[in-house]
Ligand binder design. Structure first.
Ligand code: PEP
Ligand code: NA
Ligand code: MN
Length: 613
């Protein structure tokens, strides 16, 4: 067979007002050699056409229109179910700039490798050009990008997760800044010699590269069709590349939720929260308060960009347009708001299919259906001995469907932040809620954020999995410099800086039992945060921070839970904390000599005051 003729540059539409965008599209098409190039306009017609085509080709299953209108199920390949941190690279000019927490490759070397992989990688496929905005169109904090992809699943998902299409393209003007984000599943349908192979439901490649070029603000992703690896506006742009932009330009890109909390007097507080993956960030973002008269409104569940406004305060936006949430564990009892959000117009990935064409996953209902088709397309019954949904099964849905969405969520220049929460999954040591002594101490709390890998019973401090500021896999530069940037931001904001708190819903007793009911009851800790912001209650100064007086935690209506039950939730054990500080000191040494002196000083100060205690 003879090689396929490739598109000539005159067949490649060039629809941008920005010549660099057009040149990049032409160059990419010439390298990847697709059959055709399609610019996406972001319309409903386009979404419907793409999803129809994916149902036709077997990539998506249309769910029962009566049960789950406008919704689809996709099943990924078993080898492409999650972010691949081992294949994620920061390609800064100097290895030192990627720091100890990122994989690094020299940019020239990485580009040469990618050039080889992308050469012809879209043969037989359509190359889609997806303009997108991260943030409200025209907003002061908003950034723009173009994703090129050969995956219609990615195009449809980007249409739910970002403001994409013509409206975003219109904001990329001659000379304006935009981030090129190149993606291919790495499964061409035609070889260089012209041999063709059939498509599969979930094309991907064994060889995966999720690469970031911080100096030139580029993203190149090869071989995976999965969320965080392929929807490049999300983790790749809005966190890894944006964190570098933010460092250079004096703003912040953070792995945070964003909510507004209104107390019974009608005063509203804006709160962001950095929580490591799998610590209930989406649940807190959609909290249904279990205290009468309280309201929580949702602005974001994963990413927040923050920038100082004209009034000197820190303003926040959610740069995303949708939620890419973990399905398992989400049910009407644990997160009814999420369940309502995903009643329609949702793309599910790797959940189970019910016999009547709806979806199910572990934790959706107490009892599993008698028969399902599992996430791999196999028959499943409750005695199958394996989960029906993949533990990382996801829903993808527009934020506008969230019943608790704040009317401010689209505010072009963001909303001023009152408080920042840090929360890990800690069986020991960390109280239910407390306040940092000041911004620098708050940065210490963020830098030392961690989750325990082992149960409390195994020792005073279990092995800690570090996730500083919940940014371990997402900071696009040296972690110590990122901590330094946090300190700089606080110094610049001065008295206008948000207050910083730490929360922990996961403390356990000696038998390994959770001490706090969690979920909707977490509003009781949030209430104390807002009472502090409003100046309503004093705090108790301790070596580790400013703790509530136990009587200030509202237990009204929390059946069977008494003030005595609060005691172990707020216990500060000097010995156990001193042991933890030793571990923290070792951790700072691992991060290296660039750890800011101010954070080492915080460590020393906590240690000294514990010993004096
Ligand atoms: C993802 O895996 O794409 C993702 C959004 O990650 P996480 O839920 O861990 O933040
Ligand atoms: Na993941
Ligand atoms: Mn996340």
């Amino acid at each position: 067979m003879s090689p396929q003729p490739t598109l000539s540059s005159t067949d490649i539409p060039q629809l941008s007002a920005n010549a660099d965008v057009n040149a990049w599209v032409v160059r990419t098409a010439e390298l990847t050699k697709p059959d055709r190039v399609v610019w996406c306009d972001g319309s409903q017609e386009e979404f419907d056409r793409l999803t129809d085509e994916m149902v036709e080709s077997g990539t998506l299953i249309r769910l029962n229109e009566e049960k789950r209108p406008g919704s689809f199920l996709g099943r990924s390949d078993a080898g492409d179910v999650a972010r691949v941190e081992s294949r994620t690279f920061i390609c800064s000019e100097r290895e030192e700039d990627a720091g100890p927490t990122n994989n690094w490759r020299a940019p020239a070397e990485m580009r040469a490798e990618l050039e080889r992989l992308f050469d012809g990688s879209m043969r037989g496929r359509t190359m889609y050009v997806v303009p997108f905005a991260m943030g409200p169109l025209g907003g002061a904090i908003t950034q723009y990008g173009i994703e090129i992809t050969d995956s219609p699943y990615v195009v449809a998902s980007m249409a739910l997760m970002t403001r994409s299409g013509q409206a975003a393209l219109d904001h990329i003007t001659p000379g304006s800044e935009w981030v090129p984000a190149l993606h291919s599943v790495g499964y061409p349908l035609v070889d260089a010699d012209g041999t063709s192979r059939p498509d599969v439901a979930w094309p991907h490649n064994e060889e995966k590269y999720i690469t970031h070029f911080p100096e030139t603000r580029e993203i190149i992703s090869f071989g995976s069709g999965y969320g965080g690896n392929a929807l490049l506006g999300k983790k790749c742009f809005a966190l890894r590349i944006a964190s570098v932009m933010a460092r250079d330009e004096g703003w912040m890109a953070e792995h945070m939720l964003l909510i507004q909390v209104t107390n019974p007097e009608g005063r509203t507080f804006t709160i962001t929260g950095a929580f490591p993956s799998a610590t209930g960030k989406t649940n807190l973002a959609m909290l249904q308060p279990r205290l009468p008269g309280w309201k929580v409104e949702t602005l974001g569940d994963d990413i927040v960009w923050l920038r100082k406004g004209a009034d000197g305060r820190l303003n926040a936006i959610n740069p995303e347009f949708g939620f890419f949430g973990v399905a398992p564990g989400t049910g009407y009892d644990t997160n009814p708001v999420a369940m309502t959000t995903i009643e329609r117009n949702t793309i599910f990935t790797n959940v189970a299919l019910t016999d009547d064409g709806d979806v199910w996953w572990e934790g959706m209902t107490d009892e599993a259906p008698a028969h399902l088709i599992d996430w791999q397309g196999e028959d499943w019954t409750p005695d199958s001995g394996r989960p029906a949904a993949h533990p990382n099964a996801r829903f993808t849905v527009r934020a506008e469907q969230c019943p608790t969405l704040s009317p401010d969520w689209n505010a072009p220049d963001g909303v001023p932040v009152d408080a920042i929460l840090f929360g890990g999954r800690r069986a020991t040591n960390v109280p239910l809620v407390f306040q940092s002594k000041n911004w620098e101490h708050g940065c210490f709390l963020g830098a030392t954020l961690a989750s325990e890998q082992t149960a409390a019973a195994e020792g005073p401090v279990g092995k800690l999995r570090r996730d500083p500021f919940a940014m371990q896999p997402f900071a696009g530069y040296h972690m110590a410099d990122y901590w330094g940037h946090w300190l700089d931001i606080g110094a610049d904001l001065g008295d206008a800086a948000p207050a910083i708190f730490q929360v922990n819903w996961f403390r356990k007793d000696a038998d390994g039992k959770f001490l706090w009911p969690g979920f909707g009851e977490n509003v009781r800790a949030v209430k104390w945060v807002t009472d502090r912001l409003a100046g309503k209650v004093p705090a108790v100064e301790t070596p580790i921070g400013n703790l509530p007086r136990l009587g200030d935690i509202d237990l009204e209506g929390l059946d069977g839970f008494t003030a005595d039950d609060l005691v172990p939730l707020f216990e500060v054990s000097d010995l156990s904390w001193l042991a933890e500080l030793d571990v923290t000191r070792e951790y700072f040494e691992e991060i290296g000599p660039k750890v800011p002196d101010a954070l080492v000083a915080q460590l020393d100060e906590v240690g000294t005051s514990l010993k004096e205690n």
